[in-house]
Ligand binder design. Structure first.
Ligand code: ATP
Ligand code: MG
Length: 591
């Protein structure tokens, strides 16, 4: 039997569910299999006490050993079948839940990746992990538990009541009243348990966030001797979590003890009733045993329901947060009539009175930026730290839209351009290069297997001067990078980032230079690669080292979000009144 498809591989072109429920809904076959399994898991245990009754009554009535053995084997078969049905239900339920939640996870990850920098700038990686994974896991756990414990439990409970009512309406009535009472008590107790569970979950999220941030900054923390402070904070956060968890545990075990006592009392009541009925001659001993067994069967579903009430709250909170995330819209509107950037050759660039602020009501970071580059021309951006150079780069990459004016590439306002062609035709190397814990090949192609074959990858690595580096790797292109696996220096990381850009062959490149981490030899290597990259392409270079600008056509000096000087490099360099010439002479003095 193969009731399920594996969790959705991305089937291209297939429309995928967009809502939480849509993602979780099983296919018809899987649904039917589950219903059958749940039914079997409910009905089979219900039949067991009937056999016990038969056994007891027949034994008292003096039946032969053969007959009794036959009944006993029947009981055994039923018990095994019942357990098998329960195992099958558990397996089906978790398969179903994981299929559904994997679809949901993919949907969320895809959605989150489509959201722009305004969204991601406001969130830490830890928070995103918790939202995409933590919330979905809470939902998955609940779906499994709901199917197993709530649905199966309620069915079993109803079955027991119906059977007992038919066997002996008096005992049935008592059992029913008793269940109603316990149910009512539990609903009250749940009001106590849920807020404490919510508190302990919040404390856990805070602790996880704290740890994530500290681990990300471990280099800085150690270098600055802030370790002790960090451990103290961790201690305080753990303390909060301990107290929340302790309280929630205490309430939980109190509930458990309460139900144990209630069930013991209930059992005594039913046994007493049965003894009384037996004495008045209306009940066989076998029926007494049967009633006792049914009373025992009520307990497990109730206990499971208590457990579920907690998870139910967590899952509801998870669903609400997942919905919130899915409701986040891109702030960069998709063009109504997207037009692709020219598919080949260098692209012209024009910033037309561009102004920008990161927050809606915030201070403008850029204003009145005008830049024009003909196809193939290069621009060097210089300016103090915080002056707005990286922000200009982000606008050229359309990570944000300008709040005033327009960015035009290849004659097209970026807001009207097809986003896929923007990604393809505009390349970037940023200040900090992100390497992934993956092979050299995946780090170059960014996990797009069809992008280039291995020969082309080797050729490009040689072109950026990493030929020897590659030759020294134990497994060539298959060598794992990332983390500290195969130490990649800052310079090598930069060169790898250049190789990525070479791969897609863009018509406009933006290079946001790493400020000062490289040794002179690596610097020269990078300069040579930059020259090669810029040949036949339009380029914007953000440079902290003026030597990197030796060959650009134009220079723009940025100060406080404005361009305070703009012109051809050779002209500015020889104009003694220009800021650029002054910057150059400062470098000369330093030498
Ligand atoms: P550096 O030379 O240090 O790289 P820069 O010239 O690239 O500096 P930007 O990163 O563009 O400077 O920053 C310009 C201004 O915008 C700074 O005041 C900075 O604090 C602010 N800024 C940068 N990024 C953001 C952001 N994501 N959200 C809010 N403000 C930001
Ligand atoms: Mg910068």
């Amino acid at each position: 039997m193969r009731p399920f498809r594996r969790p959705a591989r991305r089937d291209a072109g297939k429309t995928r569910p967009t809502t939480v429920l849509g993602c979780l809904r099983p296919g018809p076959r899987a649904g039917a299999a589950l219903i059958a399994a749940v039914t079997a898991a409910t009905v089979l245990p219900l039949a067991a006490p009937q056999i016990t009754r038969r056994f007891v009554d027949d034994a008292i009535g003096g039946a032969g050993t053969r007959h009794l053995a036959f009944v006993a084997v029947g009981y055994l078969a039923l018990a095994v079948a019942g357990q098998a049905a329960r195992t099958l239900t558990a397996w089906l339920a978790s398969r179903l839940a994981w299929d559904g939640t994997n679809r949901l996870r993919e949907r969320l990850a895809e959605h989150a990746l489509g959201l722009d920098m305004t969204f991601h700038g406001r969130r830490t990686p830890g928070e995103m992990i918790e939202r995409v994974d933590g919330d979905v896991a809470a939902i998955a756990e609940f779906v499994v538990a709901f199917l197993l414990d709530v649905v199966a439990g309620v069915l079993l409970l109803a079955g027991v009541l119906v059977v007992v009512l038919t066997v002996d309406p008096r005992v049935g009535a008592v059992l029913l009243a008793y269940c109603v009472l316990i149910g009512f008590g539990m609903a009250r107790a749940q009001k106590l348990a849920v807020p404490s569970a919510a508190r302990s979950r919040a404390a856990y999220a805070a602790l996880a966030g704290d740890i994530e941030e500290r681990l990300a900054g471990v280099e800085d923390i150690r270098a600055n001797g802030a370790g002790e402070h960090t451990v103290n904070r961790l201690h305080a956060a753990s303390g909060r979590m301990y107290r929340a968890e302790f309280r929630s545990e205490r309430i939980g075990s109190g509930l458990l003890a309460g139900t144990s006592v209630a069930f013991a009392a209930g059992t005594a009541l039913v046994i007493g009733l049965a003894a009384w009925a037996r004495q008045s001659g209306t009940l066989t001993v076998g029926t007494g045993v049967l009633l006792f067994q049914y009373t025992q069967m009520v307990r497990t579903p109730f206990e499971r329901l208590i457990d579920q009430l907690r998870q139910y709250q967590a899952a509801l909170a998870g669903v609400a947060r997942v919905r919130d995330l899915l409701a986040e819209r891109r702030t960069l509107p998709e063009p109504a009539d997207p037009r692709p950037l020219p598919a080949s050759g260098p692209l012209g660039l024009r910033l037309d009175g561009v102004g920008f602020a990161y927050a809606d009501d915030g201070e403008p970071v850029l204003s009145g930026i005008d830049v024009t580059l003909a196809p193939g021309e290069t621009l060097g951006l210089v300016g103090r730290t915080g002056s707005g150079k990286t922000t200009i780069a982000r606008l050229i990459l359309r990570l944000y839209d300008p709040t005033e004016g327009a960015v035009r590439v290849g004659g097209l306002d970026l807001r009207d351009a097809d986003p896929a062609s923007v990604r393809r035709r505009i390349g970037v190397v940023t200040q900090d290069v992100q390497l992934f814990a993956a092979s050299v090949r995946d780090n170059l192609t960014l996990f797009r297997p069809g992008l280039a074959d291995d020969d082309r990858l080797r050729e490009i690595l040689a072109e950026v001067g990493l030929g020897d580096w590659l030759a020294g790797l134990p497994d060539g292109l298959d060598t794992a990078l990332g983390g500290d696996a195969a130490g990649v220096s800052a310079g090598e990381a930069q060169l790898l980032a250049f190789a990525r850009v070479f791969l897609t062959d863009p018509g406009l490149v933006v290079l946001d230079e790493a400020s000062s981490r490289l040794d002179p030899a690596t610097e020269r290597r990078i300069e040579r690669v930059v020259d090669r990259l810029l040949a036949g392409r339009t380029g914007v270079l953000i440079a902290h080292r003026l030597s990197s600008l030796a060959r650009v056509d134009r220079i723009a000096v940025v100060e406080g979000g404005r361009i305070v000087e703009y012109g051809r490099r050779e002209e500015l360099a020889v104009d003694p009144g220009s800021r650029f010439a002054r910057l150059l002479s400062m470098v000369e003095v330093a030498r």
